[in-house]
Design a binder for this molecule. Structure first.
Ligand SMILES: [Zn+2]
Length: 341
């Protein structure tokens, strides 16, 4: 077995993954044809080779438009798990989904999460992969829309939906986490967990990480790379033990950061932060959870011991039941022993 195989076979939890981007490429082409949604190309190799952000948004929007029924949403959910198990031994996943993005297609919040749940429950039966759903605030919409979204989640409780997150950027192209303080406070008052995309790119402010953790009270941070650029913020979040869910291939895609030992994710690991890995936009960024470990980690100078720690943080930081967590951590311990032997 090669070191890459060992990294691929390690059991993994993925906590930062946008539902629509787990759609199998061939399924996207098929559903787009069925619903007469134009794609930039039908060539599977070329479909995800973007010249710039507009190309990506083209595909991203087409994927939403191509999902029009509960059966289609459930199928995408199921296939996404099947593919990730094969690619990187996925054992547990949390999905971000922006209900506001499905409104144009006429799919309401409960139809959306119930259809996702149908597919994910079936996948859990067949592949043993646990899951939870996180409703994501689309930051390009007003703060009041975020409060409405939390209200909708609270009005329709579902066991699978355990928290809220926040992605995209504000209309001013900033992260500005504190703009959404009211939505996060409402969610926390009613027992929903919180996470947020902050500190992602060079244009983001490192202080956004501190604002999300200490201002919004999030339990986890998505991305957060700029934290290593501010010693004070780094020390404070390190002390707080906040887990960071980092996505290597997406940093290369969106920020052009090469994989080397100076990569901010490697620096976060070396600084002792609790880091785990995920795909962000798996299929649409031409990555999978296996590659995030087997390709990105060695190129950043990190080995199997680091990978085991990174995988462990994924299970520790998952918003699942405690019994499920214990089981998954025990499986990881066994696999880590076997793979290092
Ligand atoms: Zn993301």
């Amino acid at each position: 077995m090669t070191p890459e195989d060992a990294l691929r076979l390690l059991p993994k939890a993925e906590l930062h993954c946008h539902f629509v981007s787990t759609m199998r490429a061939s399924t996207l082409v098929e559903l787009a044809a069925r619903h007469r949604v134009p794609l930039r190309t039908d060539d599977l190799d070329a479909l995800f080779a973007y010249e710039g952000l507009p190309d990506f948004l083209d595909v991203f929007n087409a994927a939403h438009a191509a999902l029009t029924t509960g059966d289609e949403i459930a199928r995408v959910a199921y296939e996404g798990v099947e593919d990730a198990v094969r690619a990187g031994n996925l054992r547990y996943r949390e999905y971000f989904v922006n209900p506001d993005n499905f409104r144009d297609a006429g799919i309401g919040y409960t139809s959306l999460v119930d259809a996702m749940t149908d597919g994910l429950v079936q996948a859990e039966r067949d592949f043993g992969v646990g899951f939870r759903i996180v409703a994501a605030i689309n930051r390009s919409l007003p703060a009041a829309t975020a409060v409405d979204l939390v209200g909708t989640v609270l009005a329709h409780p579902r066991d699978a939906v355990v928290g809220i997150g926040m992605d995209d950027l504000t209309p001013e192209l900033t992260e500005d986490p504190l703009r959404f303080q009211e939505a996060y406070a409402l969610a926390a008052r009613h027992g929903l967990r919180g996470t947020a995309h902050v500190g992602e790119t060079l244009s983001a402010d490192p202080r956004n990480v501190a604002d999300a953790v200490f201002g919004l009270g999030v339990e986890r941070v998505d991305h957060g790379y700029r934290v290593v650029d501010d010693a004070d913020v780094l020390a404070r979040v390190g002390e707080a033990g906040v887990p960071f869910v980092c996505t290597p291939f997406s940093t290369r895609m969106l920020s052009g950061w090469g994989f080397d030992p100076g990569h901010r994710i490697a620096r976060m690991v070396r600084a002792g932060l609790r880091v785990t890995l995920a795909t962000d936009d798996a299929v649409f960024f031409r990555t999978d959870i296996g590659r995030e470990y087997s390709e990105a980690l060695p190129a950043m100078g990190l080995g199997l011991d680091d990978a085991v720690r990174i995988a462990r943080v994924g299970f520790e930081a998952a918003w699942c039941d405690e019994s499920q967590r214990e089981r998954m951590l025990a499986d990881l311990r066994g696999a880590a022993l076997a793979l290092s032997a």
